[in-house]
Design a protein around this ligand. Structure first.
Ligand SMILES: Nc1nc2c(c(=O)[nH]1)N[C@H]1C(S)=C(S)[C@@H](COP(=O)(O)O)O[C@H]1N2
Ligand SMILES: [Mo]
Length: 391
């Protein structure tokens, strides 16, 4: 076990089965030390980025507030539960474990109604999953991001037990959190909700999670149960999950149809059109988040995330130099984030611009901001992110 692992309860851990093969990277990662993002060693320092203003301020998690990481301070492979980013659009409902119920309703052969214990009594699975908010990006220096070890049960099993009926199209996940929304000048009480197509919902890696890094799912992260859709932006991971509903129509709620909707220009069969899409699977993305120096030796570190497709490489470019391969943490799994590290040898004093790009095994290369389609909304900010610093 690596030093930066949280100590796991062994006996419990051995009981947990891996949900699906963790999947390996296509990258040969020989001789990479397991500990890629250590806390600063004695004499080591963080080199400040000149693109981060002095006023940029990261506060600890607080009730009902968005919380983001100071990505320069990422030192562990698993993000601490207390520091994992937080987004909640309708507040943070308090749910009592003993009275908690999860209902499965709609176009199913058997409507189901589970207590928390009923869910825990099913076959338990565990997966490493990292994700970011669909609204993450350069303005927060990528702070809406985290990686954790999630424990729970298979969503597919539950759906199979319910028996999805012929003609069903979508599965809607309702949270317990509600808010009054003004829609066409009318005030209506709405629950947070997201939907998946039947095919997307039946992916074997999807989970209902009730543990995070070996602890019961924390209150802020959806206690007692949340959905976890590996490879997707965070919005799909409905917290404080109350109901799973199967229907034969498209779910049109705010977080599918209005918010978390990207507007971009696309070529549609030869015609340039403005296209809206719901934020779904994560785009191929990497970013540099920290640079360290020890005795004149500089190291550039960052992360990559995508939809789970194996990676070919992560590369770093310094100023107008060539792209150079970085080392990817070999402990990465299919849906975890991939931390990378690059030894910046012969760094010269002065101003520099450094940038990373990730390539997957299908040859998809992370685009520059300029190469991406023209986009109006800030959702899905996955272009290359050049960082500046002065040595
Ligand atoms: N019930 C509920 N689930 C939710 C949300 C919410 O507001 N309510 N926010 C979503 C969004 S936008 C994100 S990015 C992730 C964040 O999960 P985290 O707060 O555990 O990091 O939760 C998702 N699940
Ligand atoms: Mo989000």
């Amino acid at each position: 076990m690596n030093q930066d692992d949280k100590p796991a309860d062994k006996s419990r851990r051995e009981l947990l089965k891996d949900a699906v093969g963790t999947g390996t990277l296509a990258v040969a990662a020989a001789s990479v030390p397991g500990l890629m993002f250590p806390a600063l060693a004695q004499g080591e320092r963080l080199v400040p980025f000149t693109d981060v203003p002095d006023t940029f301020n990261v506060r600890p998690a607080r009730p009902n507030a968005t919380h983001y990481l100071d990505t320069r301070e990422i030192t562990t492979y698993f993000t601490d539960n207390d520091d994992f980013y937080l987004v909640q659009h309708y507040g943070q409902p308090e749910i009592d474990n003993d009275s908690y119920r999860l209902k499965v309703t709609g176009m199913v052969d058997n409507e189901l109604d589970f207590s928390l214990q009923d869910l825990k009594d099913r076959d338990n699975i565990e997966q490493q999953v990292g994700f970011e908010c669909g609204g993450n990006g350069r303005r927060l220096f990528q702070g809406l991001i985290g990686n954790a070890r999630w424990g729970g049960i298979s969503l597919k099993d539950i759906l199979e037990e319910a028996g999805i009926q012929e003609g069903a199209k979508e599965i809607v996940f309702f949270g317990t959190d509600t808010s009054t929304e003004t829609i066409r000048e009318r005030e209506v009480e709405k629950s947070f909700a997201r939907s998946l197509s039947i095919d997307d919902a039946m992916r074997p890696e999807n989970m209902l999670a009730f543990e995070m890094n070996g602890e019961p799912l924390p209150y802020y992260h959806g206690k007692p149960v949340r959905a976890l859709i590996p490879g997707w932006y965070g919005i799909a991971n409905v917290k404080w999950l109350a109901q799973i509903h199967v229907q034969d129509t498209r779910y049109m709620g705010r977080f599918m149809g209005r918010d978390y909707v990207t507007l971009k220009k696309e070529n549609i069969g030869g015609v340039e059109r403005w296209v809206e899409n719901s934020v779904t699977a994560m785009n191929l993305k990497s970013s540099i988040v920290r640079v360290t120096e020890l005795g004149g030796q500089y190291k550039i570190q960052g992360f990559a995330l995508n939809d789970g497709t194996a990676l070919q490489s992560i590369e770093v470019k310094i100023d107008d130099g060539p792209w150079q391969g970085a080392q990817i943490n070999p402990r990465s799994t299919k849906y975890s984030w991939k931390l990378f590290s690059y030894d910046w040898n012969n760094a010269t004093p002065g101003e520099h611009t450094i940038v990373s790009r990730v390539t997957d095994i299908n040859g998809n290369v992370q685009a520059t901001q300029e190469e991406l389609p023209e986009k109006v909304s800030y959702w899905e900010d996955f272009g290359q992110f050049p960082r500046t610093l002065t040595l």
